[in-house]
Write a protein that binds this ligand. Structure first.
Ligand code: MG
Ligand code: ZN
Length: 223
């Protein structure tokens, strides 16, 4: 029975990869990039996206697909900052988004009129690393209230990500977090990881992040 289970899972993953390829094809046909934000619960993905929509919502056409295990609270928060459709994907216990959900969400988007798609994944540093959503790049968000060794504990996620946002830096004076050590650990598992240091709460570092978002929106390819 164990072997049977593994076979089923492999088939499901293979099907996901096909659907992810379809997502990628549709996005690239319209020169639209997609950033898949992944993190543990509570690292500040939603607030980071709220700040991003606040600053860039008038300038760029940003689409958002927000995944959560239960409730559409995050999608509701994000929808306050944009006139565009924010799509809530409630997984009902599922601990990651899959490419099928993103493909369904894309059906409701006018990609011709879209500059960039944000996907807020379910808060979980384990399996979202293994599920390709057809995104242009994964952005791993972690915060100074977590351990500096997070990249060592969840290496696959930090290897899969091309960008890292270290959030809640306004709390640095109050927590025993060694910033240099955290970056060192992250680069030990992925030397190419590009970092952004932000406080979505105070706005520190958000301008640099927004410059990056602008560049992604312009080129469809992350810089
Ligand atoms: Mg959230
Ligand atoms: Zn999962």
């Amino acid at each position: 029975m164990t072997i049977r289970t593994i076979e089923v899972r492999e088939k499901v993953m293979a099907r996901n990869d096909e659907l992810a390829a379809e997502v990628r094809k549709r996005l690239s046909a319209h020169h639209v990039g997609a950033l898949n934000l992944v993190s543990a619960p509570g690292s500040g993905k939603t607030l980071l996206l709220e700040r991003t929509l606040e600053r860039l919502g008038d300038e760029l056409s940003l689409a958002v697909i927000a995944g959560d295990v239960q409730t559409q609270n995050d999608a509701d928060r994000l929808a306050r900052h944009t006139d565009r459709l924010v799509q809530a994907v409630v997984t009902h216990g599922g601990c990651h988004l899959d490419a099928r959900q993103v493909l369904v969400a894309l059906e409701a988007l006018d990609l011709q009129a879209t500059d960039l798609v944000f996907i807020e994944n379910v808060g979980n540093l384990v399996c979202p690393a293994s599920w390709d959503l057809g995104e242009t790049a994964k952005v791993v968000v972690f915060s100074v209230t977590e351990g500096e060794d997070k990249p060592l504990k969840y290496p696959k996620m930090f290897q899969q990500a091309r960008y890292a946002v270290l959030n809640k830096i306004d709390l640095l004076p109050h927590v025993p977090f060694d910033l240099d050590l955290a970056v060192h650990h992250a680069h030990a598992v992925n030397a190419d990881l590009r970092f952004f240091l932000t406080s979505a709460l105070t706005g520190e570092g958000i301008e640099e992040w927004c410059d990056f978002v602008r560049a992604c929106a312009r080129s469809a390819l992350p810089v």
